[in-house]
Write a protein that binds this ligand. Structure first.
Ligand SMILES: [Zn+2]
Length: 299
């Protein structure tokens, strides 16, 4: 008996991938394979979170509504993803690269509107969108002009559909539908969070200190609640914790899109969309008003 081929496992959930059949491969220079879109989303959540936290500190509610409005327009999405005016590449020690696409999106009330798309890239096309933003503030766009400036012409001119050449069992990008759904939900949750947040709550610049709680909360939540305030039903994972430096008790909340149940394990497949720490019982209670899906029977 021979062992045969070395098996290939999903980078995120470590499940063995089928030898034939679709797998997701989203980066040019890193061989990271995923079994599902949910697994890819989960794996890249820390980088998405970092970008969102940065955005939270700079963004106003007005800009969120601008994004909401414009995301409904397919030509805007097309411009953001497939006809950038500028492309910047930032990388880290591990040679992981994020690309910042900057696009001009016309004018509104006499002010120029720009769009920024931070994304992973495969074959010069966005393969995994980390964040999208639409703004009238030039200072805000300038924050994303960093790293190495690339020739934008290489990234222009064709939509996602035409980048599917010969199908070799690999999908090179997340479906546009899921990108738009996730972006809409993210910006809606961001607006809800800004609206309900108290001044005394954990400052945005401290959010990264709680990053490790994201995985802990998903793996071992205290409770899971349905969150039905948006058009799309979501699940809210909640875990309590205590800060090591000042003994302050806090809650960590992760709001997820539920993608059904994995047949083999019976576990739920969820995509984390938005997460934050809080010391404020008001916002904590706001997110846990829905039906309890998991957790102790008494409060
Ligand atoms: Zn997986």
């Amino acid at each position: 008996m021979k062992f045969g081929k070395t098996p290939l496992f999903c980078t995120s959930c470590r499940k063995e991938l089928p030898e034939e059949g679709p797998v997701l491969l989203l980066e040019d220079n890193h061989a990271r394979y995923f079994c599902t879109e949910a697994c890819a989303e989960k794996f890249y959540t820390p980088i998405v979170k970092r970008y969102k936290d940065f955005q939270l500190r700079l963004q106003s509610k007005e800009q969120d509504s601008l994004l909401d409005e414009m995301l409904g327009d397919p030509s805007v999405i097309d411009a953001l993803l497939y006809s950038p005016n500028e492309v910047w590449m930032v990388s880290n020690l591990a040679d992981e690269c994020v690309y910042h696409f900057i696009s001009e999106l016309g004018e509104k009330d006499g002010k120029k509107i720009s769009g920024v798309c931070a994304s992973l890239v495969k074959k010069f096309k966005p393969s995994f969108v980390i964040t999208l933003l639409v703004t009238k503030k030039i200072d805000f766009v300038n924050e994303y002009r960093c790293g190495v400036k690339l020739d934008a012409a290489n990234f222009q001119g064709s939509s996602s559909k035409s980048s599917v050449e010969q199908y070799d069992g690999q999908l090179d990008y997340l479906s546009e539908e899921i990108v738009i759904t996730l972006e809409k939900i993210k910006s809606e949750l961001l607006a809800i969070h800004l609206e309900n947040r108290n001044e005394f709550d954990v400052p945005y610049e401290h959010f990264t200190k709680y990053d490790h709680y994201l995985q802990l909360t998903l793996d071992a939540p205290d409770e899971i609640r349905a969150f039905n305030d948006l058009d799309t039903p979501l699940w809210c994972y909640i875990k309590s914790g205590r800060n090591l430096d000042d003994e302050q008790a806090f809650f960590y909340l992760v709001i997820c899109l539920n993608q059904g149940v994995e047949q083999q394990t019976g576990k739920s497949i969820v995509i984390p969309v938005f997460s934050f720490p809080t010391i404020d019982s008001k916002i904590y209670n706001f997110f846990r008003t829905g039906k309890k899906l998991f957790g102790p029977s008494q409060n």
